[in-house]
Design a protein around this ligand. Structure first.
Ligand code: ADP
Length: 541
């Protein structure tokens, strides 16, 4: 017997219309290339969203077609998120930090009809445009006054595009399973793969990510999403803030600039922010050097990579900011697990330090398990580690236009490519990417644990650990270190630093000092490039 409740589809359109009615006066503040502080309200944003939807229709973009964006976090990108998806088209966010060949591949594979790009990315697109035959229109995210000269065919400014159009638009009634957005993984091996979200997955992910033990977004929050809207939907913040009615502060092109971030936090009274560890390191360094404070900021969410304990400690002790670790991936919309607030006093210092670096518990909607090489489930004891698999309504079932290869196994579980432990309280901790784990004499060593231990040394700015061939043990860990400016530390001192902090057989066999380490387009250490650089390295006999 069916229940007798209304069949109302869960769409981004309903989210937008809800916010327009219920939170019309909530503010959005943005830094853009043409304005250091643009300020307006949800009501203004959604009015312009209707103008943009009319403009897209006038450009001839049909339902289901892809609209590409190469853009920073700002109000125009926000308008694109809503106008494109709610008009029944697919908002394809492109990471401008990818290699030009990858961008060319992605735009052609996605069959983008229109590209909206920040003025800063014109030099990136001009040499590519002859190889992008499917792109019919280029729109530069600025106004007429700031429109740069460009060879992009028929390029028009965003403001000139939407200006002539009406601000009334009848949003189509969409199925909740309709595609709404597309994001390609950065693809460390092979071509990037497209993850195609739908309205339902996005709305469900938004509900879950707003829960108090997840991002905990409420109407009283002022949120600064530093995690980019061009990659994994800025962790869903542009939707969560709209659901809750929270004020949004967008850093535009200044997301790596500690000074601008601190100024935005102080001027706009930001209390919640989200970003990858490198961003927090930049802000911390700026605060320590300048003596500035960020007193309104209460919580930050760190994900995308494991967060070194030293960053969490510095934020809490020096600035009174609580750090939450979180884990997810493009294929998961992206939030999977979240480390909710811990009681330091009740836990005691050692347990607190141990628990807070974990990736946290899954949020309801995400099932997790760890399995061995034969796909047998491993115990949740915080010790056993194996391949991490996930299942749920906002997890990718297959990649875009790769229908032949399901993204999940025969039981419907998606293999994340991560290796993890899960403790008896449901806390997950990533120990490695499967391809980065170091296999020493048949046992596994976590490169992430070793990196975090190294980074806690006061002379170490950044560290990477890779497995290198060893005649007896198959592989042994090699530590690469970038020293802090003016800091000195020897190989022997660093190796001694690991004593008592990790199992003795985990201690790296050698240390190589380098000036810098290579990173991927999403700011993570590129282990593939590091392995290539160290291809000729041999341990001394
Ligand atoms: P890509 O960078 O390849 O596009 P994503 O941005 O989707 O991929 O990154 C997902 C991956 O990032 C995860 O599978 C995991 O390896 C890593 N990651 C994300 N959050 C964490 C975390 N809290 N701790 C460790 N690794 C993490």
């Amino acid at each position: 017997m069916n229940g007798l409740m209304m069949d109302v589809p869960a769409t981004i359109t309903s989210l937008m219309q809800f916010a327009e009615n219920v939170h019309p006066n909530t503010e959005i503040v943005s830094v853009t290339a043409d304005n250091p502080r643009h300020r307006y309200t949800f009501a203004d944003a959604f009015r312009r969203t209707r103008k943009l939807a009319n403009a897209l229709q006038a450009l001839g973009v049909a339902r289901g077609e892809r609209v590409g964006t190469l853009a920073w976090n700002d109000y125009r990108h926000f308008e694109l998120y809503y106008a494109v998806s709610c008009a029944g088209m697919v908002c394809h966010t492109i990471n401008p930090r990818l290699f030009a060949e990858q961008i060319e591949y992605i735009v052609n594979h996605a069959e983008d009809r229109v590209l909206f790009l920040d003025p800063m990315f014109i030099p990136l697109l001009e040499p590519l445009q002859s190889k992008l035959p499917g792109v019919k229109h280029y729109v530069v995210l600025t106004d007429e006054q700031h429109m740069p000269a460009t060879e992009l065919p028929g390029a028009i400014s965003y403001e000139a595009l939407i200006e002539p159009h009406s601000d009334s638009y009848d949003w189509p009634a969409l199925e909740e399973t309709a595609a709404c957005a597309l994001c390609y993984t950065s693809g460390t091996t092979g071509h990037p793969k497209g993850v195609l979200y739908n309205h339902r997955s996005t709305v469900l992910h938004t509900y879950a990510s707003c829960l108090p033990d997840a991002l905990g977004i409420s109407r009283s929050d002022v949120i600064l999403p530093i995690v980019p809207m061009f990659h994994v939907n800025a962790w869903g913040v542009p939707y969560g803030a709209v659901m809750a009615g929270a004020k949004l502060v967008f850093p535009g092109p200044k997301m790596g600039d500690g000074e601008t971030l601190a100024a935005l936090i102080n001027e706009e009274r930001v209390n919640l922010s989200a970003g990858v560890p490198t961003v927090w390191l930049a802000l911390l360094n700026y605060l320590v050097e300048s003596g500035k404070r960020v007193d309104s900021l209460k919580r930050i969410v760190v994900g995308g990579a494991a967060c070194p304990l030293s960053i969490m400690e510095d934020f809490e002790e020096k600035f009174g900011v609580y750090t939450h670790a979180a884990w997810g991936m493009t294929e998961m919309s992206p939030v999977g697990t979240f480390n909710s607030r811990l009681d330091r006093q009740a836990l005691g210092e050692a347990e607190y330090a141990k628990l807070r670096v974990k990736a946290g518990r899954p949020i309801y909607g995400v099932e997790i398990k760890i399995v061995d090489d034969d796909n047998r489930p491993l115990p949740w004891d915080g010790v056993a580690f194996g391949a991490l698999k996930v299942r749920g309504p906002w997890i990718c079932s297959e990649y875009f236009k790769l229908e032949s290869s399901a993204a999940h196994d025969q039981d419907g579980w998606f293999d994340t490519g991560d290796v993890a432990t899960i403790d008896a309280d449901g806390n997950m901790q990533i120990t490695d990417r499967s391809k980065d784990v170091i296999k020493s004499g048949g046992e596994w060593i976590s490169s992430i644990d070793l990196e975090n231990t190294a980074v806690a040394h006061p002379a170490v700015a950044e560290a990477a650990v890779i497995g290198v061939y060893h005649p007896k043990w198959t592989e042994r860990p090699l530590l690469l270190v970038v020293k802090k400016a003016d800091a000195e530390v020897s190989r022997e001192e660093l190796l001694a630093w690991f004593d008592g902090k990790v199992a003795s057989w985990w201690v790296p066999n050698d240390v190589v000092f380098v000036d810098s380490l290579p990173h991927t387009a999403t700011g993570k250490l590129s282990k593939k490039d590091i392995r290539q650089q160290m291809a000729d390295y041999r341990f001394a006999e």
